[in-house]
Design a protein around this ligand. Structure first.
Ligand SMILES: C[S@@+](CC[C@H](N)C(=O)[O-])C[C@H]1O[C@@H](n2cnc3c(N)ncnc32)[C@H](O)[C@@H]1O
Ligand SMILES: Nc1nc2[nH]cc(C(=O)O)c2c(=O)[nH]1
Ligand code: SF4
Ligand SMILES: [Mg+2]
Length: 212
């Protein structure tokens, strides 16, 4: 199995439970809910995506012929002086189109702690250390348990009061949808969390900071 990576970079996790934690981001190409082409956005199942995941041409991107070669490549992005084991966030695109058991095991062989960002339409291999599910309206939601539920808000066809599986996650976040109504979406999310305290606010802090 080879792996196609759009880009990889070392930054702070900007969202959700691990906000502020240094991490290597590994962005896989391709998604099952959008082609990634702007001309297809209006027809996509997921229409609000903020990410370019086409091709392997981004920083530290490429095609890796083995799990070990990808893991060794990512390890070069972790500070060599670090006393802590490396932390990687697998994202995309939809990482579960490519992440397999061989890759998870290779990360663990190199002492990585693995976090996953997924749309919840596919089941992950065993052993991922932190699973964040961000379900999408009109897409089949199969992965209904995990460490973190991160609902982009508002999605009129998938509002927080319609979510049935909240008790299967350790933490539940509302993440305001970025785009043309970003500031009103933030205000609405704040109000929703204050009136429904089982939900917490996740801001995309890397955008505020102007970092990757
Ligand atoms: C680009 S996605 C990649 C991982 C996976 N495909 C997913 O959707 O969870 C990473 C995270 O960004 C969120 N996201 C994408 N577009 C967004 C937007 N316009 N505003 C807020 N969050 C967004 C997704 O819901 C997901 O939590
Ligand atoms: N800093 C930073 N944090 C993130 N958390 C989730 C991201 C993603 O695109 O999956 C992301 C990202 O692209 N950058
Ligand atoms: S599922 Fe994730 S990667 Fe795919 S289009 Fe939606 S936000 Fe983007
Ligand atoms: Mg992002």
């Amino acid at each position: 199995m080879s792996y196609q990576i759009k880009e990889a970079f070392y930054t702070l996790q900007g969202e959700g439970f691990h906000t502020g934690r240094p991490a290597i981001f590994c962005r896989f190409t391709q998604c099952n809910l959008w082609t990634g082409r702007e001309s297809d956005r209006a027809q996509a199942v997921c229409q609000f995506c903020d990410t370019d995941f086409i091709g392997t041409d981004g920083q530290n991107g490429g095609r890796f012929e083995s799990a070990a070669s990808l893991v060794e490549h990512l390890l070069t992005l972790w500070p060599s002086s670090s006393a802590t084991d490396p932390f990687v966030v697998l994202t995309g695109g939809e990482p579960l189109l490519q992440v397999d058991q061989t890759l998870v095991d290779a990360f663990h062989d190199f002492k990585f702690e693995i976090a996953l960002e997924t749309n919840g339409t596919k089941y992950p291999p065993k052993g991922i250390d932190w699973v964040c599910v961000s379900p999408k309206a009109n897409a089949p939601w199969l992965l209904t348990k995990g460490d973190e539920l991160k609902l982009v808000f508002p999605q009129p066809q998938l509002m927080p009061d319609q979510i049935a599986h909240m008790d299967q996650f350790k933490y539940c976040y509302l993440q305001p949808m970025d785009g043309e109504n970003a500031s009103s979406n933030i205000q609405r999310a704040v109000t929703y969390c204050l009136t429904h305290p089982q939900w917490r606010l996740s801001l995309q802090t890397h955008k505020i900071l102007g970092i990757d």
